[in-house]
Design a protein around this ligand. Structure first.
Ligand code: PEP
Ligand code: MG
Length: 554
């Protein structure tokens, strides 16, 4: 009898949006929140409900302490703070008594007590004048959800074809797996085990808390894959490319060979390269801990430190000394090379519930960057003081985001100077991020006033071409490479800087794409800032482009 030849499933490619870089290989593992038991709305006797409540509080406190330990071990102690704060709240006797009283006095179920009392508590905190208490609102939200998930038996489960139910954070089969889910929550990247090598999701913005944490853990994420879980066959082997947004189902041997290098480097490939004469290549970072990658890539400085990432990861606004510690760590590690630290670019699509709750209004839902700082000068004041302190550890350049006009920049600068007038500081430089057409069109005047400029292509493309970046499906102005508008604008900006005798750099995704390095240099720009994983590629492209590129025309 002739043995039947087993047909391998064909390779299939799905195109998504790259949210967190890196390459990962694993089996499909489907993540769902499920209800194991119907919700009980009729409360049992008070002692039983009280017992259920106590069990829920104790369970969640234990779970948070495990998460705190895991976050500290993987990312550093500061990442454990949020979970440690939750644990402390759950062990707070006042909170416990309040919930128990609610059950006993009103004949409520444990669920109803958690829903009502914690909602009231949240409102009290939001309405209090205390900044510290307002910052706890998001924590109460998360605690409320955790307790309700326990009480209603709606804890999440994962499954693959070989094991029907796995507990979070552990694959009993030891398979490397790619988690397939509608969306990822903030705790998911932390609580999943090392076998979870990447995430495929439908909904999740690139700036979501969860995606930021996944990036910090070097786990690739691809978004905008629709019709999940149906789009992924249950037995699929998945190759995930978080740099291109490709999801490759059942990759062939040739495809695997192509990705071999990236997979051997566990998807997180920072390659060392030496400087190229005539072009300064610096690193974009989001957290102080990323400075190691910048050094590993041989970056000639930090060209963009997105400080709002620190807050989004922490889930709260950091205080002056907490910020100063992070910024100083980066300045010190860079050993005298320039470090360009951007003022908080929070708000609009870079917001979170805790931010609107902390600010006590909805400004952050509408205003972003410079405008939000002007509406809430206390944010600028704290950060300015932290930056002044950090400038003692190394040269610090302060970058102003989302500037629309010279007046707006000058107004913020004056507030900055006022905030630091009593502090010792080394000379801080102040520069404008050109990412809004209004500022670009007045670059000549702005560059006379600023110490340096930087071009932010992500927002610039969005505002030039009506191309919504937060809607990954819409962020697709395919024509911009050939459209002369962006490149002409770059030349204009570079000329404005040259006339003022000030430096002009470029950051954003275009800056890290080696396909555009030559064009950027042709536009007269001599400093590029890109993700550490992209620095070697940019330098290689610059070398091919040659050192004879004409200087900016003035
Ligand atoms: C940009 O807009 O190009 C930029 C660098 O800022 P961000 O991507 O953080 O908005
Ligand atoms: Mg921007």
């Amino acid at each position: 009898m002739v043995a039947e030849k087993r047909r391998l499933p064909a390779e299939t490619r799905l195109k998504g949006v790259a949210l967190a870089p890196g390459v990962a290989l694993g089996r499909a593992c489907f993540y769902t929140r499920r209800s194991a038991e119907p919700d009980t709305t009729v409360p049992a006797a008070a002692p039983q409900e009280s017992q259920r409540l106590n069990d829920a509080l104790n369970w969640l406190a234990r779970e948070r302490s495990v998460l705190a330990r895991q976050a500290a071990a993987r990312l550093g102690p500061e990442h454990a703070e949020i979970f440690e704060a939750h644990r402390l709240m759950l062990s707070d006797e006042c909170l416990r008594s309040r919930l128990l009283r609610s059950i006993e006095d009103n004949a409520r179920s444990a669920e109803a007590a958690v829903e009502m009392e914690l909602s009231d508590y949240r409102e009290q905190l939001a309405g209090s004048g205390s900044e510290y208490l307002q910052q706890r609102v998001a924590d109460i939200n998360e605690i409320q959800q955790g307790l309700l998930a326990y009480l209603r038996h709606t804890t999440a489960c994962r499954h693959c074809t070989e094991a029907a139910n796995c507990s979070i954070g552990h694959c009993p089969l030891g398979n490397d797996h790619i988690l397939v889910s509608e969306e990822i929550t903030a705790s998911l990247p932390i609580e999943t085990d090392r076998h979870t090598t990447g995430f495929i999701v439908t909904n999740s913005g690139p700036d979501s808390h969860a995606v930021i944490l996944a990036r910090a853990l070097h786990r690739p994420v691809v978004g905008d894959i629709h019709d999940l879980p149906a789009a992924i066959p249950a037995d699929a082997r998945i190759l995930l490319d978080g740099d291109s947004g490709d999801v490759i189902l059942n990759p062939t041997r040739e495809t695997l060979a192509h990705y071999q290098g990236a997979l051997a480097g566990h998807g997180h490939k920072v390659q060392m390269s030496g400087p190229v004469p005539g072009l300064t290549v610096m690193a974009n970072i989001g957290q102080s801990g990323d400075v190691g990658d910048a050094l590993a890539a041989g970056a000639e400085g930090v060209g963009l430190y997105r400080t709002e990432m620190e807050m989004l990861v922490a889930g709260r606004l950091l205080g002056e000394h907490e910020q100063a510690a992070r910024y100083s760590e980066v300045a010190k590690a860079m050993g005298g090379r320039p470090v360009c630290i951007r003022l908080l670019d929070l708000g609009s699509d870079k917001t979170a519930d805790w931010l609107t709750d902390t600010l006590g209004d909805q400004t952050a839902a509408r205003q972003r960057g410079a405008r939000l700082l002007l509406e809430h000068p206390e944010l600028l004041r704290t950060q300015a003081r932290a930056l002044a302190r950090a400038s003692l550890a190394g040269p610090v350049q302060v970058l102003y985001p989302m500037i629309v006009s010279l007046d707006q920049f000058l107004e913020l600068r004056a507030l900055f100077d006022q905030a630091v007038s009593d502090l010792p500081a080394s000379r801080l430089q102040h520069g404008v991020l050109f990412e809004v057409p209004g500022a670009c069109l007045t670059a000549g005047r702005i560059m006379q006033a600023a110490d340096f400029g930087c071009i932010g292509t992500n927002d610039l493309i969005q505002y030039l071409f009506a191309d919504d970046r937060s809607h990954s499906a819409a962020h697709n102005h395919a024509g911009f490479e050939t459209d002369t508008v962006l490149w002409e604008l770059m030349e204009t900006l570079s000329r404005a800087a040259a006339r003022a005798d000030k430096p002009m750099s470029i950051c954003g995704e275009v800056a890290g794409n080696p396909d555009f390095t030559g064009r950027i240099m042709q536009a007269g720009i001599r400093a590029i800032s890109a993700s550490p994983t992209r620095i070697a590629g940019v330098r290689q492209a610059a070398r091919q482009h040659g050192a004879t590129t004409p200087k900016a025309r003035s």
